[in-house]
Ligand binder design. Structure first.
Ligand SMILES: [Zn+2]
Length: 329
């Protein structure tokens, strides 16, 4: 397995004046484990070139235009994604005076993150297995960012492979606690990217109704090809349902996928500290069973695997990645 990470791509929100303490406590411990196995971590992906058209293959021209637009357009796109302006039009957990870096630089930072996801996916295609210590912005939609995800690096990487490596079928297996709603919306009419999302049945998406006032389905409720909601009282069935979901994914197409991207959020873990993932509380053993289930399922079928970390919050999140990597390395 090859590893990718570059501290330049870390998204430290307080440096941009955004008062969301999402620091990545997971990374250091995972790096230590990888190094202790005598393995190297590649950080050269920052050299990769991403063009505007690579984003426009996934997001609308209008939205990409905002991300590359003037200061006001960028501020609007970022504040919508990170919910920085309240209903009264005042700043909410945002103080531009505290910012060391501009919001334009934040956009560039997220693009840098995305380069890591692309490099990781390319590597898996080449050598079979790769792991990125970053990535997994699965809430970003075609027309806007959402849920702290400005652009959807996962689908950008998938479409990059289609364009540059002529892949025919890619799976996205999303085991984060939150529904991969952006990924589902972006790929809803695309049979060349199949998605599985297993997540908390309630509590996300946060918005109240499933339908808007005209009776149309809100886009964050669009389902993945294999959609598995886990209710609080059926958590003991999580891995059983995941296995059935993987079997269903196989049955959707005659051909084998060129690659699977695994969105390996650790936030279903009972020790995760994000309030919005509290409706899923798997034990450390269940989490290992989950990760080995996906790993072995793909391994047995000779399907290349590219991992992105996605959600995982607080001081215990590293335990989930470390126990998995320790087992397979
Ligand atoms: Zn999550």
């Amino acid at each position: 397995m090859k590893f990718f990470y570059n501290s330049l791509a870390l998204l430290n929100l307080p440096l941009f004046g955004i008062q969301i303490p999402l620091t990545d406590e997971r990374v250091q411990k995972i790096c230590e484990l990888i190094n202790s196995k005598g393995l190297k971590i590649d950080g050269d992906f920052t050299e990769l070139k991403i063009e505007r058209e690579d984003l426009e293959r996934v997001h609308t021209k209008e939205y990409v235009g905002k991300l590359f637009g003037n200061k006001e357009a960028i501020q609007k796109a970022v504040s919508d994604t990170f919910e920085l302006i309240n209903e009264q039009g005042e700043y909410h957990r945002y103080n531009p005076k505290d910012a060391i870096y501009s919001l334009e630089e934040l956009v560039q930072k997220v693009i840098l993150q995305t380069k890591g996801t692309i490099a990781t996916a390319q590597e898996a295609l080449k050598s079979g297995k790769s792991f990125y210590l970053g990535g997994g912005y699965h809430h970003a939609m075609s027309f806007a960012g959402r849920g702290f995800c400005l652009i959807n690096d996962i689908v950008i990487a998938a479409r990059w492979l289609q364009k540059h490596h002529q892949t025919k079928l890619i799976w996205i297996i999303d085991v984060d606690a939150h529904k991969g709603d952006g990924t589902a919306e972006l790929t809803q009419n695309d049979p060349t990217i199949r998605t599985l999302s297993i997540h908390m049945q309630e509590g996300w998406p946060l918005d109240s109704g499933k339908f808007d006032k005209n009776g149309n389905l809100n886009p964050w409720f669009i389902e993945s090809d294999v959609e598995i909601g886990i209710a609080q009282n059926e958590q003991h069935l999580y891995n059983e349902k995941l296995k059935a979901g993987l079997d269903k994914l196989v049955s959707l197409d005659k051909m084998k996928p060129d690659l699977a991207i695994i969105v390996q959020g650790s936030d279903p873990y009972e020790k995760d500290q994000l309030p919005s993932s509290a409706l899923l509380n798997l034990t450390q053993e269940q989490m290992l069973e989950r990760d080995l289930l996906v790993y072995n399922f793909l391994n047995e079928r000779n399907i290349p695997q590219a991992y992105v970390m996605s959600g995982g919050y607080g001081e215990y999140s590293f335990e989930i990645y470390c126990q998995f990597l320790d087992k397979i390395l």
